[in-house]
Design a protein around this ligand. Structure first.
Ligand SMILES: CC(C)(COP(=O)(O)OP(=O)(O)OC[C@H]1O[C@@H](n2cnc3c(N)ncnc32)[C@H](O)[C@@H]1OP(=O)(O)O)[C@@H](O)C(=O)NCCC(=O)NCCS
Length: 167
């Protein structure tokens, strides 16, 4: 991935392992605070995750956890859970001081590309007040399918079919 992400620096795409769990938990908590404030909900699942939850996700064979490292530092991550033809995406996070450099877009696109060939649809959701994520997802081709009620706000569910190269 080095040097292929616009201008985010020498960033490397990696599969995260158990050894990354602590760093990932810290990154997740730092990133999701803005979402918690925007929705006045500090019990968002990514903020309630413990180290054991993160370890369990990394160990789950149906889940792939990707990360971007820059100079050894974990600066972004995303989870992809495959169930048959469906890939559910979650916990897309970029370190607060590295947001707005294209890392979130590049990581999600790279993770989609790396999903098994049998996946035909990608699904994710976010809070209705998550202007940044909603903009990013729509830009990458995700379209709203429905909304569901959460504590005092709505979750926006989006999906997109997998794009295949012709031929
Ligand atoms: C959402 C998140 C992953 C985006 O990562 P990022 O690396 O900052 O995003 P990018 O730099 O790739 O931005 C992509 C586009 O979205 C826009 N964008 C990103 N965050 C934005 C925000 N908060 N408000 C408005 N636009 C925003 C960027 O301007 C950019 O637009 P452009 O491509 O037209 O220039 C990151 O902000 C984050 O970690 N947020 C907290 C956790 C979170 O909300 N995760 C998703 C929950 S479902």
């Amino acid at each position: 991935m080095d040097g292929q992400l616009g201008n985010p620096g020498p960033v490397k795409l990696e599969l995260l392992t158990d050894a990354d769990a602590g760093e990932l938990l810290t990154l997740q908590q730092a990133a999701y605070i803005t979402e918690a404030r925007a929705h006045q909900n500090f019990d968002l699942p990514p903020l309630l995750d413990t180290l054991d939850h993160v370890r369990a996700a990394i160990a789950d064979p149906s889940i792939t956890v990707w990360g971007f490292r820059d100079g050894g530092r974990l600066v972004a991550s995303v989870r992809m859970r495959v169930d048959g033809r469906v890939c559910e995406i979650g916990r897309l996070v970029v370190a607060p001081d590295r947001q707005g450099e294209g890392l979130g877009t590049a990581l999600l696109a790279a993770a989609e590309e790396a999903t098994p060939a049998e996946v035909t649809v990608f699904r994710l959701f976010t809070g209705e007040r998550s202007a940044g994520p909603l903009y990013l997802y729509r830009k990458l081709g995700y379209r709203e399918t429905h909304r569901s009620p959460e504590a005092g706000y709505q979750l926006v569910h989006l999906e997109k079919p997998r794009m295949r190269e012709p031929g």
